[in-house]
Design a protein around this ligand. Structure first.
Ligand code: SF4
Length: 429
């Protein structure tokens, strides 16, 4: 979501004459778009803010602002904490940035806007695309979350769940296809609950079916999904929609029912495993990724072993794992936590090692096979290499002419690394 918000910020500021530069030293306006989901991200954002102070000391006209989830959560307090900060804009106030920047420029005042919009206003503020082309793009279909997982700040900083009208989404995707976009990723905090609370609207399955029928779009992905809203009809889409990629990110968070209950996740381990079984039946080649939290308050050794056994059973292609960090204002922050930092770290290390083996094993299976790769651009590896992704969202680097960018080509995977694969183009016509 933050990537899409950042794109919108760049686009809005372009309208008042600001354009991106490479280095903070060259900027006349520095904006931090922040995430508050984990403590590490918050500390990182504050670290960045601290590093910008000498720049402001050297140039009092430099404007420094902060937006996103930290701004939404902390509001005016940030202006007190960081006296050199000029503006604070919340998650619902991005559209007001040009006006806020102008005020700081003209009146040298410090501004804060963190008011939540009502539904009608919010629907008018969904990110709207600019005309720049790319092979793959994100499209926001919903925002906010009503789930209140006990560890998560999202419902407090992003607001309640709201779905964008399907007509608008389809029209945006048609426009993207016209300018050369071939793959779209539908995004939202809880994307598969799209439409559930919107009257006279398609559900998420209906939306996927409509997108699948659009000319020009070759691949569809979506993230992030909640297991409790993964319906049988959505699972069936992996069998019947030819453009839907064979990859699903489905956060499980824990393999223990008592921890899942304390997290307020709304499903059990057994339900999650049933979903995995159905997904694999519908699409035998599907690969799953997930999020896992280690050391949630009250997590016992037995609970942790349940998570380990779930990882062994599901064999996720990737997981994003985190040691629990309490977020202010959430229920979990008030829970008794008797697990030592040492125990959490050792559980975390064991889990990483297990998952590293599973992931390596999964990606190794591709070596020697031919995969369709949608080529996105020139590779960071240099040396005339291009990069693209397989249906499983795995990056593949290979040598090839730039005229292939934007095309799907068969690529033989010759080596697998931790974060990418190396391939050879089979044919280029
Ligand atoms: S569903 Fe996701 S975004 Fe919503 S509260 Fe739970 S973790 Fe946070």
């Amino acid at each position: 979501m933050n990537v899409v918000d950042s794109e919108k910020i760049v686009s809005l500021l372009g309208q008042i004459g600001y354009h991106p530069v490479e280095m903070p030293d060259d900027a006349s306006l520095i904006l931090l778009n922040t995430c508050a989901v984990r403590d590490k991200a918050v500390r990182k954002a504050y670290g960045h803010l601290g590093r910008f102070k000498p720049l402001k000391d050297g140039d009092p006209n430099l404007i420094i602002g902060i937006g996103g989830c930290i701004a939404q959560q902390e509001g005016r307090e940030l202006l007190e904490k960081f006296p050199y900060l000029d503006l604070v804009f919340g998650t619902h106030n991005i559209h007001r940035l040009p006006e806020m920047v102008r005020r700081v420029e003209d009146e040298r005042v410090r501004c804060e806007e963190t008011r939540f919009l009502d539904d009608k206003e919010r629907l008018q503020q969904f990110p709207v695309r600019t005309g720049d082309s790319a092979v793959t793009r994100f499209v926001t279909v919903m925002q906010g979350c009503d789930n209140y997982c006990s560890y998560c700040v999202v419902p407090y900083v992003r607001g309640r769940e709201i779905s964008r009208p399907s007509g608008e989404i389809l029209s945006e995707i048609r426009d993207l296809a016209r300018i050369g976009v071939r793959e779209i990723t539908l995004i939202g905090q809880n994307v598969n609950s799209y439409g559930i609370k919107a009257e006279h609207e398609l559900d998420f399955t209906g939306l996927l079916e409509k997108i699948n029928a659009l000319d020009g779009i070759e691949r569809i992905r979506f993230t992030t999904s909640h297991p409790k809203d993964l319906s049988d009809s959505l699972i069936e889409c992996f069998a019947k929609l030819e453009k839907l990629c064979w990859h699903l990110h489905l956060p499980v968070q824990s393999g223990s029912n008592s921890v899942l209950r304390a997290m307020n996740r709304g499903y059990t381990r057994e339900h999650y495993l049933t979903l995995v079984r159905k997904l694999k039946q519908a699409c035998p080649k599907i690969r799953l990724s997930s999020d896992v939290i280690v050391g949630f308050p009250g997590e016992t050794d037995e609970d942790f072993e349940q998570t380990m056994s779930l990882l062994e059973e599901v064999r996720f292609a990737e997981i994003y794992s985190f040691i629990f960090s309490p977020r202010r204002g959430t229920t979990a922050a008030e829970m008794m936590d008797q697990t030592s930092a040492e125990t959490k770290q050792s559980r975390f290390d064991r889990m990483l090692e297990l998952q590293r083996n599973i992931s390596e094993n999964t990606w190794e299976q591709d070596v020697g096979t031919v995969c369709d790769v949608l080529i996105e651009g020139t590779s960071k590896q240099g040396q005339g290499q291009l990069f693209g992704r397989t249906t499983w969202n795995r990056i593949v680097n290979f040598t090839g002419p730039e005229k292939l960018i934007g095309q799907s080509v068969p690529v033989k995977i010759v080596r697998s690394y931790r974060n990418s694969q190396l391939g050879e183009v089979c044919r280029t016509s």
